[in-house]
Structures are given as structure tokens and as C-alpha cells.
Design a protein around this ligand. Structure first.
Ligand code: SAM
Ligand code: SF4
Length: 317
């Protein structure tokens, strides 16, 4: 499926829940999100229906995210179904890692191909601060589990000025001894948590300033947002994702489905289409998705102050 700028849209991210077992300062309010009625959140069957239509339209890559996808009941059934579709070349998941020791093996058996784990600091006290109460040891166990199960493991590290700039070298060093890609992500402001984001933004260039021996690598996928680098002889790579200082909208291939059934064609645009009324009719669903994709914005306007009303946890990062 092509949008009106001839971009091929083949990647869908499903936020399968907006609930989370952490409360990262830049992502969610302290009290968490208000629990919605069961009827307001897509059922696992609804995600499968939407996925079936999207795959028929050319989507061959799905990422499950949230909120925290591992707290969603029915996750294994969803992975098992999607994992059995040969048209789906990639089925992955983004998680804070806390529940991976418990669920990782079953997820792998169900057909999950790879995971991204979010980790912004290697210091237990700072981890507790940024997540409001998280236990670093549990995430580290989750990373060990992922490394033992999956061929590809990526760590997502949001760059936060005055918080983890002094840990950049330590994160990059992990790639010397572990087969992980560490991806540094520039902090983006969302309306709800924008106060935190404005004072703490740090450009991705800081990584190269601190680690000048990193050598640039060819991108393995032109639509992937990360610029890739590596130390010579390292087991893993370093990615820098710069949505703020260098937007990558020109090659954007993605759409998002929120837990409450909204289709968002841009992470930072407030326009959304409610898919729920069309769930019983796959042709109508196809039609409404085609129309929405045709209106996918050319680019985001974050730097001009146009902020998304939903927090990242409500869209699916
Ligand atoms: N709970 C899972 C996790 O933390 O990996 C999945 C959902 S979380 C919203 C997905 C990713 O979005 C995480 O890597 C998180 O750090 C990132 N994220 C959340 N808010 C962000 C923001 N304001 N700017 C940049 N990245 C953000
Ligand atoms: Fe939860 Fe992930 Fe948001 Fe942190 S970044 S509050 S773990 S959804």
C-alpha cells in the first residue's frame, strides 16, 4: 500500500494495551492511565482481524507494543496466531523487559522473532527514579533471558540530558561484549509529559561526540529510523534515532493501531481514525484504512510545537 507521497506502508505497530507496570517520567503520569472499560479496548480477536486486513494490503512487519505488552492477557494467543502467518516476515515486540524471564520462552515458542528492551540507565537508583519505582535487576534478568532466546536483541535508550548523558559510553561499551544493538533515541515531547521533555532533550550527536571511535555502517533497511555505527570488532552495533534533530519522515513506512482501536498514520499527528465501527466488515475496514493512509502527513511538526495529545504509552512507541 502506498500513501500519497509514494511511500510504501508495510509496517504496523499495535499498542495492545495502554496499561503498564512502570511509570516512566517522560511517558506516563504518576497515577498511570485510567483503566478503560473492557469494551473500549480492542479484543485480541479484533487485533487479529485488523492484522488480517493489513497483511492483505501489504503489511509484512508487525510490532507489538504498548503500554507494556507483556501485561496484556491474551498476548500469547495473539503471537501464536500472527506467528503462523507466512506473509508476515517480521513479528517483534517492544517491552520494558520486566516480565521476560516469565514469558520469554513461551513467546519464542509462539512465534515471536525478536524483542527490543527499553533501558535508560545502568544505575539501580536512577532506574528507580526514571521509572518511578522499577527494579533494575529485573530488567537485567529480562535482557539475559532475551539474549538466551532470540538472535536479535535491541536495547532502546532514551537520551535524557542531566540524567544519562554520563552513561552513554557505558551503554556503547555493552556492544563490545554483548550481541546487542543499543539504540539511542532523542526524547520527544508529547502534550501530557512535555514539561519533562523540554528541559531534558539531548541531541543524538552527543553519542558521537562522546564515542568518536564509532564508525558509521550501511543501513540494512532504508526505512529504519536508526543511523548505525559500531566499534571495530564489537559484537553489537549502536543506533542513533533522531526524530527531533533530523527527521526521517521521508522514508516512513509505518502506521499505528492504538489499544482503543484508533489508526494513527503519524506518531505526532493528532488525526486518528476509529476502526471499531468497521471490525465486523473486512471490506469496510480495508476501505477506511486506505482512505486514512492516503492522508498520511508528509512529515511531523514537532519542532514547530505541534504536539501529540496522546502520550507515547497511549499510542505505542
Ligand atoms: N513499555 C514498553 C517499553 O517501555 O519498551 C513499550 C512501550 S514504550 C512507549 C516504547 C518506547 O517508547 C520505549 O523505548 C520508551 O522509552 C519510548 N518512549 C516513550 N516516551 C518517549 C518519549 N517521550 N520520547 C522518546 N521515546 C519515548
Ligand atoms: Fe511503561 Fe514503556 Fe512508558 Fe515506561 S516507556 S511507562 S515502560 S510504556
Amino acid at each position: 500500500m502506498l500513501d500519497s507521497y509514494q511511500r510504501k506502508i508495510n509496517y504496523a505497530r499495535f499498542s495492545i494495551t495502554d496499561l503498564c507496570n512502570l511509570r516512566c517520567l517522560y511517558c506516563m503520569p504518576e497515577e498511570g492511565v485510567t483503566k478503560q472499560n473492557c469494551g473500549d479496548i480492542l479484543r485480541i480477536e479484533d487485533f487479529i482481524t485488523i492484522a488480517r486486513v493489513l497483511v492483505a494490503m501489504g503489511v509484512d512487519k508487525i510490532r507489538l507494543t504498548g503500554g507494556e505488552p507483556l501485561v496484556r492477557k491474551g498476548l500469547l494467543a495473539l503471537v501464536e496466531e500472527l506467528g503462523s502467518w507466512p506473509e508476515l516476515k517480521d513479528l517483534s515486540l517492544t517491552t520494558n523487559g520486566l516480565l521476560l524471564p516469565r514469558l520469554g520462552e513461551d513467546l519464542k515458542k509462539a512465534g515471536l522473532k525478536r524483542v527490543n528492551i527499553s533501558l535508560d540507565t545502568l544505575d539501580p537508583e536512577k532506574y528507580k527514579y526514571i521509572t518511578r519505582f522499577g527494579d533494575l535487576a529485573k530488567v537485567l534478568d529480562g535482557i539475559d533471558t532475551a539474549l538466551s532466546l532470540f538472535a536479535k536483541v535491541k536495547l532502546n535508550t532514551v537520551l535524557i540530558k542531566g540524567f544519562n548523558d554520563n552513561e552513554i559510553e557505558s551503554f556503547v561499551d555493552l556492544t563490545r561484549r554483548l550481541p546487542v544493538d543499543v539504540r539511542f533515541i532523542e526524547l520527544m515531547p508529547f502534550k501530557g509529559q512535555s514539561q519533562f521533555a523540554f528541559g531534558t532533550y539531548l541531541s543524538g550527536d552527543e553519542v558521537l561526540r562522546r564515542c568518536p571511535e564509532l564508525k558509521p555502517l550501511e543501513a540494512d533497511d532504508p526505512s529504519a529510523p536508526a543511523s548505525l555505527y559500531a566499534y571495530e570488532g564489537a559484537l553489537g552495533r549502536v543506533g542513533i534515532i533522531r526524530p527531533m534533530s533530523c527527521k526521517f519522515c521521508e522514508h516512513c513506512n509505518r502506521i499505528r493501531i492504538s489499544a482503543d482501536g484508533r489508526l494513527l498514520t503519524c506518531l505526532h499527528a493528532c488525526e486518528e481514525v476509529n476502526l471499531r465501527p468497521y471490525l465486523q466488515d473486512q471490506e469496510a475496514l480495508r476501505q477506511i484504512i486506505t482512505e486514512a493512509v492516503a492522508k498520511k502527513p508528509q512529515e511531523h511538526h514537532l519542532m514547530e510545537g505541534q504536539l501529540q495529545e496522546r502520550d507515547m504509552g497511549k499510542i505505542g512507541g
